[in-house]
Design a protein around this ligand. Structure first.
Ligand code: GDP
Length: 296
């Protein structure tokens, strides 16, 4: 469930994370691999106050592998180590411990020189709602410890969860808000399923997704719907709507009289997209040319 964020929520969420920072060595920042910047908190650098940080690009199973590599390079240029993972199957999760230790290399070496045996790395997982925080915590713990759908502002007693002998996690993740005031970000979040469906303008969101796919995923549209979208004028909304209608027709979304039910078609398009039935699709690329800078 997505939370309605109000200034009070944001302040409280921020304060909760700031308190937890004192207890931990590393922050694990969880992003959606399909939309790494749109799923990122706009104030993250400020909130984390220079804590060592590992970026995880979750739901890699749904994201375009090539685009994800471009994102890894993007974060590297920003001085951040980013690791694509899939918290449902656990793919690449074994990398989390060595990558976290690498971030603390100097501290660990200093301790070893003094003859101190370094303890397990203590980490806090942070991310926006629905990015997969609970799934990841449960997976790392090897049992169900985190309830999905945590609410900000609900404080429980802090507990450490052991994820093997070298990693300990705080049991409640830090919940952050996305940059939802930006319409482009809102569309990306909605298309990937990060926003509550009851409040979605389905047609508008599907329009965005289909336009993006016409531009960057022609092959996927051809494969899934036998649609040839070559030469479509992306500046002409009507042509994009015609692609949506063509998909609707193929998926049997017809009203009486044979007209396409665009609302229903939009729902199906988004459900297919989110379930990965259109293939592995990312909705954001570092070279998109859109200004997606975080610190604004
Ligand atoms: P939270 O709100 O950040 O704790 O997010 P959840 O852990 O509740 O996950 C939200 C949804 O994303 C759930 O339906 C998960 O099954 C799904 N999910 C989480 N991680 C992955 C992943 O790596 N791949 C896929 N395909 N789905 C995921």
């Amino acid at each position: 469930m997505t939370i309605q964020w109000f200034p009070g929520h944001m302040t409280r969420a921020r304060r909760q994370i700031e308190e937890k920072l004192k207890l931990i060595d590393v922050v694990i920042e969880l992003l959606d691999a399909r939309i790494p910047l749109s799923s990122r908190n706009p104030m993250i650098d400020e909130i984390l106050q220079g804590k060592p940080r590992l970026v995880l690009l979750n739901k890699f199973d749904l994201a375009d592998p090539q685009t994800t590599q471009a994102w890894v390079a993007y974060f590297k240029r920003k001085g951040l180590d980013a690791l694509p993972i899939d918290a449902v199957t656990g793919n690449q999760m074994k990398e989390i411990v060595p990558r976290s230790q690498a971030l603390l290399k100097e501290k660990i070496e200093r301790q070893l020189r003094k003859g101190i045996q370094p303890r397990a790395v203590r980490a806090l997982i942070v991310g926006i709602p629905n990015v997969g925080k609970s799934t990841l915590i449960n997976r790392l713990a090897g049992r169900k410890v985190a309830a999905t759908g945590d609410k900000p502002g609900v404080t429980k007693g802090q507990q450490w969860i052991k994820a093997g002998s070298e990693l300990e996690l705080l049991d409640t993740p830090g919940i952050l808000w996305p940059k939802f005031e930006d319409p482009g970000v809102g569309l990306r979040l909605a298309a990937t399923g990060a926003i509550r469906d009851e409040v979605l303008p389905w047609e508008e969101v599907a329009f965005f997704a289909v336009k993006y796919m016409v531009q960057y995923y022609e092959e996927a549209l051809k494969e899934r719907f036998s649609l040839d979208v070559e030469g479509i004028d992306l500046e002409n909304p009507q042509e994009v709507v015609e692609v949506m209608e063509a998909i609707g027709r193929k998926r049997g979304c017809l009203q009486s009289g044979g007209r396409v039910d665009l609302e229903k078609a939009s729902t199906l398009i988004l459900r297919d997209l989110r379930a990965g039935k259109m293939g592995r699709i990312s909705l954001e690329h570092p070279d998109d040319g859109v200004d997606l800078s975080v610190e604004r």
